[in-house]
Design a protein around this ligand. Structure first.
Ligand code: PLP
Length: 406
């Protein structure tokens, strides 16, 4: 090992200068562990506890009246606006509900309704599998086609037959950031709509939805947003599209007056038309509480720390893991990375188990990846240093050696 303990001091200094350092104490983190998996399930902010107690009391004390008295009916849109702040969307364009997968279905069908003479959903094969499965389901339902291309070819593959381009802003495996602005502009030149999945970017990297003229977006509530297991997801619908947007799962909560109990569906005039049934208030309240914490951090400071963390991780890993056969994957340039780093090794599964036994929590992604999420609000620079030292120990104990293939 070339590094000495004094090098840890450099990382301690980075922490001492970190403007976001105080956010860490607002989260409940597992003791004696380095948690590098917040991009899979974010840890709970402490404020979630009093919020949940309050909402449980509202339920107990005021029962059904709470929908109005305690603003439960408005909560999905208010919570949506908090997400809007993280993703560059002005108020009134984001609403919470269901899961990312279900929301993709609603928005993909709605997009096709706006481009009825076009047949293609264009997406990239590196996209998250659930996104691809939903696209296939939409194609089956509507008699359309899914066209898959490599991420790098996405922009070039857009033509005048494409109804909607569906892509993930940050790749869940490689952390590669797709060129959201360029792909969106190219799609628009060809008359297509764009639907971005922000699951691995919202909370660490703003897609600037309004400024980039994005049409539609979805994302997950339980990753960097720390909304809790199975937290409701969200949908963004650009204001200019709301009036004519027709999603297929029209339910009473998307009606302009749910309590009129009309026989005929009339869509809400706001982004609320994307809702279907009753929102899960306990879960929405937890997400709302979490977003009050996550949203208090300035977006540009969060991105700056994320870039610094991933850069330190990459430089240290390259230096320390040489000869072990553990390879960094993904973009070399920090600007093109999200906030996680993946490492590749044939024994990845074993390594992840050994790391966990030593208190370093990362995620295994089949077949050979270890994914390390560096969430800027609670991961410290010393955590990067310590995690890599543990990784080096594990590599030594497993006697990992680079195998030179001729
Ligand atoms: C995590 C993730 C999802 C999760 O979808 P759910 O339906 O909310 O479980 C979808 N898409 C991407 C890109 C993800 O990273």
């Amino acid at each position: 090992m070339s590094i000495t303990t004094s090098d840890r001091l450099l990382f301690e200094e980075l922490d001492a200068r970190d403007q976001l350092a105080n956010f860490r104490q607002q989260f409940e983190l597992p003791e004696r562990q380095i948690y590098l998996n917040g991009n899979s399930l974010g840890p709970p902010p402490r404020d979630v506890w009093p919020t949940m107690r309050r909402v449980l009391s509202e339920w107990r004390d005021d029962l059904n009246v709470s929908w109005f008295r305690h603003g439960w009916l408005d909560l999905p849109r208010l919570t949506g606006d908090l997400i809007g702040e993280l993703v560059g969307a002005a108020p009134g364009q984001v609403v919470i509900g269901d899961s990312t997968s279900v929301n993709l279905y609603k928005l993909l069908c709605g997009a096709h309704a706006l481009r009825p003479d076009r047949d293609i959903v264009l997406t990239h094969r590196e996209n998250f599998p659930s996104d691809l499965y939903v696209a296939e389901g939409v194609a089956r339902t509507l008699g359309k086609r899914v066209v898959l291309v490599d991420s790098d070819d996405l922009g070039d593959a857009i033509d005048d037959f494409v109804a909607v381009v569906m892509a993930s802003h940050v790749d869940y495996r490689t952390s590669a950031v797709l060129p959201l602005r360029d792909v969106t502009a190219t799609a628009h030149r060809h008359g297509a709509l764009v639907l971005w999945d922000l699951s691995h970017s919202a909370g660490v990297l703003s897609p600037d939805l309004d400024a980039n003229n994005v049409d539609l977006a979805v994302g997950c509530g339980y990753k960097y947003l720390s909304g809790g297991p199975g937290a409701p997801a969200y949908m963004y619908l650009a204001r200019r599209l709301i009036e004519n947007f027709d999603q297929p799962v029209t339910g009473w909560l998307g009606h302009r007056d749910p309590f009129a109990f009309d026989e005929v569906f009339a869509p809400d005039q706001s982004v609320g038309r994307l809702q279907t049934g009753c929102p899960p208030i306990l879960s929405v309240a937890a997400l709302h509480a979490a977003l009050r914490v996550v949203g208090a951090a300035p977006v540009d400071q969060v991105r700056a720390k994320s870039l610094a963390l991933t850069q330190q991780f990459v430089e240290l890993a390259e230096q320390e893991l040489a000869g072990t056969g553990i390879k960094l994957i993904g973009p070399r340039c920090a600007e093109h990375r999200g906030s996680h780093i993946s490492l590749r090794h044939p024994a990845a599964k074993r390594i992840v188990v050994e790391l966990a036994a030593r208190g370093v929590i990362v995620e295994y992604r089949a077949p050979d990846l270890l994914r390390c999420g560096l969430a800027p609000l609670y991961v410290r620079f010393v955590d990067v240093w310590d995690a890599i030292q543990v990784l080096v120990t594990v590599a030594e104990e497993l006697a990992l050696k680079e195998v030179n293939t001729p």
